[in-house]
Write a protein that binds this ligand. Structure first.
Ligand code: PGA
Length: 255
């Protein structure tokens, strides 16, 4: 047994208006007790953050954003700074999600800038990595992940790493209903933990949480969580429904 606290995070992507987001967050708070042996985070769209913060205040649900821009302030129309995200009540920030890499031109280098900016404002990055179907079929999975991790975390200290969570999200499993098998997830998570040990030492490797993401549901979470190096999940579709998300959070008691 390791001492890592399980972590279940919900990525709401571009779903829910402000009132819908507040309603779902409110339902979730009612379904969960005030304390939890699992860290729980939801990441609504920027525009709903401040209102959702009010809805989850005093509960065990923490707030995250889905992206940031690394500059402190300036003429960057449409962007949001780390300080703004903190001011909306966030403690976590999802960085480098494959949809951002795929549709919005994010690279390993810009992801690195975002992680550093987040850390300098005490935001905790949930750093997403993962291979595409083509890369997996070409047996390139470990090379791709190695590069994503090394460049994404370049220049970070051991101290900085204490606030980082990794999220392994195979692109072919996101929103497709195809979950990686728990063995496939474990194989990659172990690879990642060993890589973190090489880069940042044994203590960080032992304490860093590595989440799995890609079609996680109430029906498959318990099995994934039996794997020794799977410390939680980053959930998309199934996090939009308070009841489903609660069942994922309570994976230990769901058969
Ligand atoms: P999914 O998304 O659970 O809908 O597959 C996961 C994610 O993109 O974080």
């Amino acid at each position: 047994m390791n001492s890592r606290k399980p972590f279940i995070a919900g990525n709401w992507k571009m779903y829910k208006t402000c009132s819908e987001a507040v309603e779902t967050a409110g339902k979730l708070v009612k379904l969960l007790s005030q304390t939890s042996d699992v860290d729980i985070m939801i990441a609504p769209a920027y525009i709903a953050l401040a209102q959702v913060h009010e809805a989850v205040k005093g509960s065990c649900v923490m707030l995250g954003a889905q992206n940031l821009f690394w500059e402190k302030k300036g003429a960057y129309t449409g962007e949001i700074s780390p300080e703004m995200i903190v001011s909306a009540g966030c403690t976590y920030i999802i960085i480098g999600h494959s949809e951002r890499r795929q549709y919005f031109g994010e690279t390993n280098e810009t992801v690195n800038k975002k992680i550093k900016a987040a850390i300098s404002y005490n935001l905790k990055p949930v750093f997403c990595i993962g291979e595409s179907e083509k890369e997996r079929e070409a047996n390139d999975t470990f090379n791709v992940l190695d590069k994503q991790v090394k460049i994404g975390l370049e220049g970070l200290s051991q101290d900085n790493m204490q606030n980082v969570t990794l999220a392994y999200e195979p692109v072919w499993a996101i929103g497709t209903g195809k979950t990686a098998s728990s063995e496939q997830a474990q194989e990659v998570h172990l690879f990642l933990r060993n890589l973190i040990e090489k880069l940042f030492g044994e203590n960080i490797a032992e304490s860093i949480r590595i989440l799995y993401g890609g079609s996680v549901k109430p029906e498959n979470i318990a099995e994934l969580m039996t794997m020794p190096d799977v410390d939680g999940a980053l959930v998309g579709g199934a996090s939009l429904d308070a009841d489903k998300f609660m069942r994922i959070v309570k994976f230990k008691t769901v058969g």
